[in-house]
Ligand binder design. Structure first.
Ligand code: SF4
Length: 447
């Protein structure tokens, strides 16, 4: 008999067959016990997945004015695209959430560009979207890069309410003439005011960026900038050597600039490392220093080879064994997010051999350094040839090591070693490559 347009009537006398794997349930109490067991199992499963951690980087590619040394992807005079960009970025976040739904986000970093120029309303929408879309760790580190001239109390209060707990402020120097020489549009008085507003707005964790080797800067000028930065009582300091990047206005003017030579730059760096150590700041990376417990957890992800997802033009990601970067063009990004044209420019599944190289390149930027057991486990290669090289470096005062029970050994560079890190890492890579040739194990799979 056929039944059209309505349910087939249930024959009350026919028992409903039970799936064969399911045990008969004898009563209500048993059903509840089964339900509880099942809920517990699901909770444990979710907990296991949540233990996978990821950092998010959100690029805000707008600046009021382009600094003379800057080669980051940022644009001046494109404020008219901010609303469209916010929309695109939020759509990008929502679209990607399914691939990271099993992860807990433990760091969020808004970098630029000048995120503080994006305006509190847009930042609020963006951070609310992040919060709603991803599973954020309750102790999530949320950093926003700010430039002194665009910091207001209202902005900081909004950021604080949105969960931002760290500000990275582009101070660069305490000397107004140095700031002017590289096209910074703030003076040191604005840095002081910005720091006051950050504190008043309730954000306690402050990082300051400084540049050494600015045109016309003497050793005394540099020392003065470091002392002024310390007087502002930050929790974290990043010290960068000025680099003349090809294509920048500063590079074009290089012949007419009064710049420090390599020895003078090394002297400034070593002085600062010592001075910051006296002030309680531990060096944890070539250019980064922190009071205990205030290392940038987000930036550590890059150096320790952990997963992160970048959003916005020019942003990079290393997620699920694949490294990819987003098109470095605001208009192409906006177009891609509106009509579905590709926004990923380069993408590669990173071979294990490359991961082994990166372990040396990135880890040796940090004072955590490399560990013999971890190296063997990750690369399935012998650590002895590297250890011989590192022992030579230690004899020159460029590296240090410590031993652990069971024979594990950690190696890291001293500040003098950091100054030579490119050459030293280059030598270690040669040793590693030789070892790869000698023992060609199965190294073609991704991590
Ligand atoms: S503010 Fe920062 S990102 Fe913008 S131009 Fe200057 S250095 Fe570059």
């Amino acid at each position: 008999m056929l039944f059209f347009g309505r349910k087939k009537p249930v024959n009350q006398t026919t028992p409903v067959p039970r799936p064969r794997h399911q045990k008969p349930v004898s009563g209500l109490r048993t059903v509840r016990r089964h339900q509880r067991q099942e809920e517990r199992r699901i909770r444990e499963l979710e907990k296991g997945l949540r233990e996978r951690r990821v950092g998010l980087y959100l690029h805000i590619p707008f600046c009021r004015h382009k600094c003379a040394y800057c080669d980051f992807y940022s644009l001046a005079g494109r404020e008219d695209r901010m609303d469209a960009y916010l929309k695109a970025l939020c759509a990008n976040l929502t679209e990607l959430v399914s691939s990271a739904s099993a992860h807990t986000v433990d760091t969020v970093y808004l970098g630029g560009g000048t995120p503080s120029l994006f305006g509190e309303k847009r930042l609020k929408t963006l951070l609310t979207t992040v919060n709603k879309t991803f599973h954020l760790d309750k102790d999530c580190e949320i950093t926003v890069e700010c430039n002194p001239e665009s910091v207001t109390l209202k902005l900081i209060r909004v950021l604080r309410r949105c969960g931002v707990n760290r500000v990275s402020l582009g101070m660069q120097s305490a000397q107004d003439d140095e700031l002017k020489a590289v096209g910074r549009i703030h003076d040191f008085a604005q840095v002081r005011t910005a720091v006051e507003l950050i504190r008043k707005g309730g954000i306690k964790n402050l990082s300051l960026d400084l540049i050494y080797g600015l045109p016309g800067q003497s050793m005394e000028d540099w020392q003065h900038s470091v002392e002024e930065a310390l007087a502002l009582q930050p929790q974290h300091l990043s010290l960068y050597a000025l680099t003349l990047e090809e294509g920048t206005p500063l590079f074009q003017r290089r012949a007419s600039l009064d710049l420090a030579d390599d020895d003078e730059q090394a002297e400034r760096y070593l002085w600062a490392v010592e001075r910051l150590e006296q002030a309680g700041f531990a060096q944890y990376e070539i250019s980064n220093f922190a009071l205990p417990g205030y290392e940038s957890r987000h930036n550590l992800k890059y150096w320790l080879g952990e997963e992160y997802i970048g959003f916005g033009p020019g942003a990079h990601s290393d997620f699920g064994g694949v490294r990819y970067s987003c098109v470095k063009d605001l208009d192409a990004y906006l177009k891609g997010m509106s009509d579905g044209s590709p926004i990923v420019e380069e993408s590669e599944r990173v071979p294990e051999q490359e991961r082994a190289r990166e372990y040396l390149i990135f880890r040796l930027r940090t004072t955590r350094g490399i560990r013999s057991g971890e190296y063997r486990q990750r690369t399935r290669m012998d650590f002895t040839p590297l250890e011989e090289k590192l022992t030579d470096f230690a004899a020159q005062g460029w590296a240090r090591s410590e031993s652990f029970p069971g024979g594990e050994r950690r190696w890291w560079f001293t500040p003098r070693g950091f100054l030579l890190s490119n050459q030293l890492i280059g030598q270690l890579l040669e040793v590693q490559e030789e070892e790869m040739r000698r023992t060609p194990l199965r190294r073609e799979e991704p991590r």
